[in-house]
Design a protein around this ligand. Structure first.
Ligand code: TXA
Ligand code: MG
Length: 341
């Protein structure tokens, strides 16, 4: 573990960053913080290095990776086609939690895109991530740094819990910001498709592109998913998770306890005091009015809940607007039964 202070301006010349970047240059995988979640990075141009990512995570090979860049010359090196809409998205939201699916003839290893003819690219808004990318001089293929099927890591300790001994190291830059993965978009057939909701909201994109239809791809279950990763059961806690109206949680907790069940609640601040007295396990996730705060604590809370070996975990539903859309997307996935695959 290399510990880096994210509050100071992290430079590519920082000794910890130089050391971590050396591992990447040698084809190893290194975990690093971003403003969304921790990523597991490797040189995107090296087939062997990228294979190590899939092996470490236990990730299916048909689920493509996002390539992380630090600046625009990096983007030019990737040889991607950038249309006007994509250019405007970049200017508005990069660096930041937006991944853009692009066309082109890219000099990245074929296992990065899992055989697709598109490449997902993002420029993270985190000094440590940017410094590591610059110091390695590589575009970094990086999925979230969790074991496949576990919640994404928002702290370095989550990464080591899942991947210790499977990877070369972790750059510890403290807790991530948003706590949910980036928004993934694709500009296609005159529509800006949101393949995965995240930190950049639909409302923000609509405001930027008033004349462009912006649609959620996630949820239209008829066709094959456009973002292959969304078909897998992600973000899954071991504890059965139930999403219910906040006002019903107290009753459900009481009922479950009468049945002898060990109960947990991811509670709003407003209900925390009452629910904490009733449930075996209760976490204050912030106000019902701040889904962004709830989001930033979600994955850590799911991991903590798992450690308590609960029989049931209750969580309130949020309105699916602004950050509430990404939050509900992840909560629904965590609450789902595993797909029969
Ligand atoms: O915030 C994030 O995006 C984090 C940090 C580390 O940057 N990364 C992340 O990566 O969440 P991962 O691998 O866990 O999720 C990548 C998502 C998957 O749903 C994958 O299917 C989709 O992006 N994806 C990657 N390449 C794609 C492509 N060419 N077309 C469509 N979807 C793609
Ligand atoms: Mg992931």
């Amino acid at each position: 573990i290399w510990t880096v202070d994210k509050n100071k301006k992290t430079l590519p010349s920082d000794p910890s960053i130089v050391e971590a970047a050396d591992y990447i240059k040698r084809g190893e995988v290194v975990a690093f913080p971003t403003e969304t979640v921790y990523g597991l990075g490797a040189d995107a141009s090296s087939r062997e290095a990228v294979n190590k990512i899939f092996a470490a995570k236990g990730r299916p090979g048909d689920n493509p990776l996002i390539v992380h860049i630090a600046d625009y010359p990096h983007l030019d090196n990737l040889n991607v086609q950038v249309d006007d809409v994509e250019r405007r998205l970049m200017e508005a939201f990069w660096p930041g939690p937006l991944t853009i699916v692009l066309h082109g003839i890219f000099p990245v290893s074929a296992n990065v895109t899992a055989g697709l003819d598109t490449l997902a690219v993002r420029m993270p808004d985190h000094p440590v991530a940017l410094a590591l990318i610059k110091a390695s001089g590589k575009a970094l293929a990086a999925p979230s740094a969790n074991l496949s099927g576990r919640p994404s890591p928002t702290k370095a300790s989550h990464v080591t819990f899942d991947l210790d001994r499977r990877i070369a190291g972790v750059v510890d830059g403290g807790e991530t910001g948003y706590g949910l993965e980036s928004t993934v978009v694709e500009w296609k057939d005159g529509v800006c498709w949101i393949l995965r909701p995240g930190g950049v909201t639909k409302e923000q994109i609509e405001k930027l592109l008033p004349d462009t239809p912006v649609r959620n791809e996630a949820g239209s279950s008829q066709e094959a998913p456009k973002s292959p990763g969304t078909k897998y059961r992600h973000y899954a806690p071991d504890t059965p998770l139930f999403l219910i109206e906040e006002s019903r949680i107290m009753n459900e907790v009481r009922r479950a306890r009468k049945q002898g069940k060990k109960t947990g609640v991811l509670s709003s601040s407003e209900s925390y005091k009452d629910l904490a007295e009733e449930a075996d396990f209760c976490l204050d996730m912030g106000s019902v009015h701040t889904p962004e705060v709830f989001s930033s604590r979600l994955y850590s809370a799911l991991r903590e809940a798992d450690e308590h070996r609960l029989d049931v975990l209750f969580c309130p539903v949020f309105e699916e607007t602004e950050m509430g859309a990404a939050l509900m997307n992840r909560l629904k996935k965590a609450a789902e039964e595993p797909a029969a695959e």
